[in-house]
Design a protein around this ligand. Structure first.
Ligand SMILES: [Zn+2]
Length: 290
């Protein structure tokens, strides 16, 4: 069957039309325009889907990757950085206008299924997918199927507690993984240690052997390692795939991996930690696979 995948992001909405062999027939990107509100986002998605549908007269499946979680209890969006979506029945509203069933899941789950089926993890059965960007999320794919969990929170390692009296998190807890290793947290820590305000890519270029630079890197790798070692201890996945802006940091794949291995509860650790292959396209491909 032909497939449409929609990736609803904070700044852009991307859509692709795929044939049954996952060849990209058409790809469209439009701005999200969050400031215009929820109804405008619905209209944008619907017009994107209708344009893409013109590629075929046959029935298409439609999947949507959304920022934030979908409450299993209410079906409403929660924990979304696109604030106008919070508390809204996005799936139901889209189905009403499009007059067909759609699949909808959060961006970390879409990332993980995309990399597990079409990307870096396609040779592996148990896949833990990680997004480290403005937030920290995760997803689990078992033998090609998403494992969402009884209450749809499987894989949410970003809100594991690293330090019980640590940084305040928007989720209401203290010391969550996200508050230490998401992009903005890393930049903030750099400023505290060095007095300089820099974006992450330039920080990575400028880490030198100064005391504060080395401290920043050591703290980051320690936190990254404790977070992922906890996941390995519980899930023991066949592979971990990293995505999001922070995944572009090269030292996560050698030094970072060694830090992780050092903290796992086993004398044998061989979990590959791989960079994603689909890049920004994981969202649309993952959505189409839902
Ligand atoms: Zn939290």
């Amino acid at each position: 069957m032909n497939k449409i995948g929609i990736d609803l992001g904070g700044t852009k909405i991307e859509g692709i039309f795929l044939d049954d062999k996952f060849n990209v027939i058409e790809r469209i990107r439009i701005p999200t325009q969050q400031e215009k509100g929820y109804n405008s986002i619905i209209d944008s998605i619907v017009s994107l889907v209708n344009s893409l549908k013109k590629n075929s007269d046959d029935i298409v499946s439609i999947g949507v990757s959304a920022p934030g979680a979908i409450s299993k209890k209410t079906g409403l969006i929660k924990n979304s950085n696109t604030h106008c979506l919070i508390g809204m029945p996005l799936k139901e509203d889209l189905e009403k206008v499009l007059k067909q069933k759609i699949a909808l899941d959060n961006d970390a789950n879409c990332f993980t299924i995309a990399e597990a089926v079409l990307g870096a993890a396609k040779e592996y059965n148990v896949v833990f997918g990680v997004i480290i960007g403005t937030g920290v999320g995760g997803g689990i794919v078992l033998n090609g199927n998403l494992h969402r969990g009884r209450t749809h929170i499987a894989g949410e390692w970003g809100h594991h507690t690293l330090r019980i009296d640590g940084n305040k998190c928007y989720c209401g807890k203290l010391g969550c993984v996200e508050t230490y290793i998401c992009g903005p947290a890393l930049e903030k820590r750099w400023t505290t240690l060095t007095g300089k305000t820099e974006a992450l890519p330039s920080i990575i270029e400028n880490i030198d052997n100064t005391k504060s630079g080395l401290q920043w890197k050591k703290e980051f790798l320690e936190n990254f390692a404790i977070g992922l070692a906890n996941v390995i201890d519980i899930l023991d996945p066949d592979v971990i795939v990293l995505g999001g802006g922070v995944s572009n940091i090269p030292f996560l794949y050698d030094e970072g991996r060694d830090y992780v291995y050092d903290k796992v509860f086993s004398d044998l650790v061989e979990t590959p930690i791989l960079k994603n292959q689909l890049g920004d396209s994981a969202g649309v491909f993952g959505a189409s696979l839902l």
